[in-house]
Design a protein around this ligand. Structure first.
Ligand code: SF4
Ligand code: SF4
Length: 354
């Protein structure tokens, strides 16, 4: 008897949200491959790099389920026989180089060329003059590509919200793709997949969703709700029972909640705790703590990293919307505040003894 629900365009992202990106990819791999192979049009991919460390490219290359070889050899789009994610243009891996690479990109991306186009952007957009590729400003590359794209995906914290290049004092005027599009009058939605770096499962699933027409439902910051709809601290952190009992770590490696160390889980929406990294082995909170890289305003809004989140909702473990719901929350808050105080006090005592 078949226990798993049938995969359709409608429930594609819903199932991804329920199961977590990685489990969804594993469970529905053959159905996803089939759905992509039935797509009518071939989708050209243009992957542009602005102000970035190329970490998102590396992360994508380390995809594990499916891995990059499977992506390039087993998942073909429509009747083209071509892989789902073989960018026509991607500086770090495309086989052509120099003027040939630029010419091929322009030809395949030009209006009138058969197929549809998905633009993937890695890295922030800076003011004119700071990033020039093949003699042309990155802003012009991006504007031209954005104008003809059928779908736009910004990957990683820098392309989504500006990331580290946009940190104070932001000397190059760095910003994310949506902000740049607003500035130059391109009025089309940008699917923001943040994190530093982007998670390959998020990206592979989003590309597949776009191609089969299962457009992801986005939150107010342009993020797919399927991946970024949950507050990590309130909904999915396995260390939450420690928080509720007031057991806090002060150093990586100790057992307990990382709140006192400065964990930003209480103000971060992401599915990291379910999905994890590197073949589902571990994630930031397991090895240290969350620094909030899925959120707009990062890193400034989350600095200093090693300081507990100060706002009231985070301290109470509930948001303002649920604060009025009764005494239960207040009682829990009392336990938590007591726990936090106890941990901070015992830490001070330890420091004196050292
Ligand atoms: S503070 Fe961090 S480690 Fe502690 S429960 Fe919240 S998200 Fe988990
Ligand atoms: S756990 Fe936090 S810091 Fe780590 S990748 Fe997820 S959002 Fe970023």
């Amino acid at each position: 008897m078949e226990l798993k629900p049938k995969l359709t365009r409608r429930n594609f992202m819903k199932l991804a949200a329920m199961m977590g990106a990685t489990a969804f990819l594993t469970t529905y791999k053959s159905e996803i491959v089939k759905a992509v192979s039935e797509v009518k049009d071939y989708w050209h991919i243009n992957w542009l790099n602005g102000a970035a460390c190329t970490g998102c490219t590396i992360s994508f290359a380390q995809a594990s389920e499916p891995d990059l070889v499977q992506i390039l050899t087993e998942i073909t789009v429509g009747t083209s026989g071509l892989p789902i994610a073989l960018p026509d243009y991607m500086e770090t891996i495309h086989p052509a180089s120099g003027s040939l690479a630029e010419r091929l990109k322009d030809e395949r991306w030009a209006q009138g060329t058969p197929g549809r186009r998905v633009l993937i952007v890695e890295g922030a957009v800076q003011e004119e003059g700071y990033c020039t590729i093949a003699g042309k400003d990155f802003r012009d590359h991006l504007k031209e590509a954005g104008e003809v794209a059928d779908a736009v995906i910004a990957v990683g914290q820098c392309a989504t919200y500006g990331g580290i290049p946009a940190a104070k004092p932001n000397p190059t005027g760095a910003m994310g793709v949506s902000e740049f599009f607003k500035e130059v009058g391109i009025n089309k939605p940008v699917i923001n997949i943040p994190l530093c770096p982007v998670h390959p499962d998020h990206l592979v699933l989003t590309i597949a969703a776009v191609m089969i027409g299962a457009t992801p439902d986005l939150d107010e910051y342009g993020r797919p709700k399927a991946f970024f709809g949950k507050n990590m601290h309130d909904e999915i952190c396995p260390y939450r029972p420690y928080y509720d009992r007031g057991i806090f770590t002060r150093r990586p490696g100790e057992e307990g909640c990382r709140y006192v160390m400065g964990c930003k889980g209480p103000i971060t929406k992401t599915d990291c705790a379910l999905r994890k990294w590197n073949m589902h082995i571990s994630y930031c909170v397991e090895t240290n703590m969350c620094i909030g890289c899925s959120e707009p305003g990062w890193p400034d809004k989350f600095s200093p990293f090693y300081k507990p989140v100060a706002s009231l909702p985070a301290v109470l473990g509930v948001d303002f919307g649920t604060l009025g719901q009764g005494l239960l929350g207040a009682a829990a808050a009392g336990i938590v505040i007591h726990g936090v105080k106890r941990a901070v006090t015992s830490g001070k005592k330890e420091e004196k003894e050292e």
